[in-house]
Design a protein around this ligand. Structure first.
Ligand code: ADP
Length: 498
């Protein structure tokens, strides 16, 4: 396990300091504890020597006094020769009238405990005059020698102990802390703001909730920081993308507005010559009415010119109405006329996409309550989307039927359809799958239909194409005679499916 350690940790500044502090601290503690220990031992040993002297006093002093009184030098010498063999007692002398009577041993130590004990006769007890003195000299040098040896032993043992403990603490520190710190710093060094980057985890047992330590806290904080930064970056990128696409959309809107103005003025300019064409054609027809010499083919041609000029005028009127920025005006609108007007607008697209529009109206008298131009805009958008999604030669169906107090208009195509993921966002503003799309069409359609107290729904049909169904509040049904609007059948209209 040790071979896995990073040896750099042992030479690092923290490791060096750790060792130094451990050594300094243990030296200090060793000095203090050894001094205390030696002091206590010194006191003990001195007390032992004093005890020995006391014992001599208690057990042998009377015997010595007796032999001094008897003047028995042989016995005295025998006695003190025995006593001088006791540990640490170096010399014993018996002194009477300033004269050394007997002596045993020699003083070898520099430092000594010198004790003088008075020798009194045993009988009579009240005699105050001493017979002599027992002079005891206990040497302290052996004691100091023993303590000195002990000091060396304590110092060497403590040094070895300190070294072993310091090494063990370092290993422990490396195993428990340093290697994890290395991993954390490596992670922080390679930190990327990629939201999918793996989270930092340490090579150790996962901690229980109540066992979380400082390293776990640092790891959690780093992981949270990483995911917060990634989230911030994502939001920033999104904001940048939004502001870029908003700028592009604004530019697009600007172009659309300019196009509306240009189209409106073209429609206005073309309307005048069209009116003139139909007026002249009608005048020519009236002028030659009943004239036998005029070939019938000319009359037919003049009638066709009038009819087509009127039709072109009708288309222009619808376009102008569609693109003019009029305030919303609600009224009862015939569904049939609404579809016809919208078909006029779509004629070019129908031939461009080579599709056929098929209408199925359950009751031609059905009306809805709403704003003609806005509803045309909705139908126009839905039909244009359907055409864009449909292959050539396919049909797009428009089904109209009564549904309670509402009218349901369903636009069905047989196109590519839409996948489930995109379907969720289909009404979201700026959602588009088209290269040139703006993604506003369906969002606007939904807003318009909602404002009409209606509903606009979407589903994928059994042919894989899309069904868009709008429900609108129903108006009173038209009387057959009230439908005065001239019916101009668009090319795309194939007939009624109902
Ligand atoms: P745009 O036409 O500018 O993309 P829309 O809001 O009209 O914006 O349409 C949004 C998206 O809905 C389209 O890009 C397309 O992916 C999808 N969509 C709309 N109508 C149809 C349809 N009939 N068939 C398939 N997809 C459709």
């Amino acid at each position: 396990m040790i071979s896995k350690f990073n040896l750099g940790a042992f030479t690092g500044r923290t490791a060096k300091r750790l060792i130094l502090y451990i050594i300094l601290f243990s030296v200090l503690i060793t000095i203090l504890s050894s001094a205390l220990q030696l002091y206590v031992e010194y006191q003990d040993e001195v007390a032992q020597i004093e005890q020995q002297i006391e014992q001599i006093q208690n057990s042998h002093l009377d015997g010595i006094a007796h032999y001094v009184e008897e003047k028995n030098p042989l016995q005295l010498q025998l006695l003190i020769d025995g006593l001088v063999k006791l540990p640490d007692i170096e010399r014993i002398s018996i002194i009477a009238r300033d004269r050394v009577l007997q002596r045993a041993g020699e003083v070898m130590s520099d430092r000594v405990i010198d004790t003088k004990l008075l020798l009194f006769p045993l009988e009579p007890v009240d005699v105050k005059e001493p017979l002599g003195t027992l002079h005891l000299v206990a040497g302290l040098d052996p004691l100091y020698e023993r303590l000195k040896q002990k000091i060396w032993f304590i110092l060497v043992a403590t040094a070895v102990k300190t070294f072993l403990i310091a090494a063990f603490i370092l290993l422990l520190f490396q195993y428990l802390v340093t290697r994890h710190l290395n991993k954390i710093s490596q992670y922080a060094h390679n930190l990327t703001l990629n939201g999918h980057a793996p989270a930092l985890s340490l090579d150790r047992m996962p901690a229980r909730r109540d066992e979380v330590d400082e390293l776990d806290t640092v790891v959690t904080a780093l992981n949270e920081m990483q995911s917060r930064l990634a989230e911030e970056l994502r939001l920033r990128e999104e904001a940048e993308f939004d502001s870029r696409s908003s700028r592009e959309q604004l530019a697009h809107m600007d172009r659309v507005t300019s196009m509306e103005e240009i189209a409106s003025s073209i429609a206005h300019e073309i309307n005048q010559p069209l009116t003139a064409i139909s007026t002249y054609a009608q005048a020519a027809l009236r002028a030659h009415k009943g004239d036998e010499q005029v070939p019938p083919a000319l009359n037919t041609a003049l009638e066709k010119i009038t009819e087509q000029a009127l039709r072109a005028g009708e288309v222009i009127r619808t376009i102008r109405q569609f693109i003019s920025k009029q305030a919303s005006s609600r009224g009862v609108i015939g569904v049939k006329a609404l579809l016809t007007d919208t078909s006029h607008l779509l004629e070019t697209l129908v031939s461009q996409y080579k599709v056929s529009l098929v209408q199925g109206i359950a009751d031609e008298r059905l009306t809805v309550i709403g704003d003609q131009v806005q509803l045309q805009q909705v139908l126009f958008n839905l039909l244009r989307n359907a055409m864009e999604a449909s292959p050539p030669e396919s049909i797009i169906e428009i089904w109209v039927e009564e549904s309670g107090d509402r009218v349901s208009i369903r636009i069905r195509d047989h196109g590519c359809g839409i996948d489930a993921e995109s379907a969720k966002e289909i009404f979201t503003p700026f959602f588009t799958t088209k290269q040139e799309g703006m993604g506003m069409g369906l969002a606007i359609c939904k807003t318009i239909i909602d404002a009409h107290n209606g509903e606009l729904n979407f589903s994928v049909n059994e042919f894989g194409g899309c069904d868009f169904t709008m429900q609108l509040p129903q108006g009173d049904k038209l009387e057959a005679k009230l439908e005065t609007k001239p019916e101009t059948k668009p090319k795309s209209e194939q007939g009624s499916l109902s």
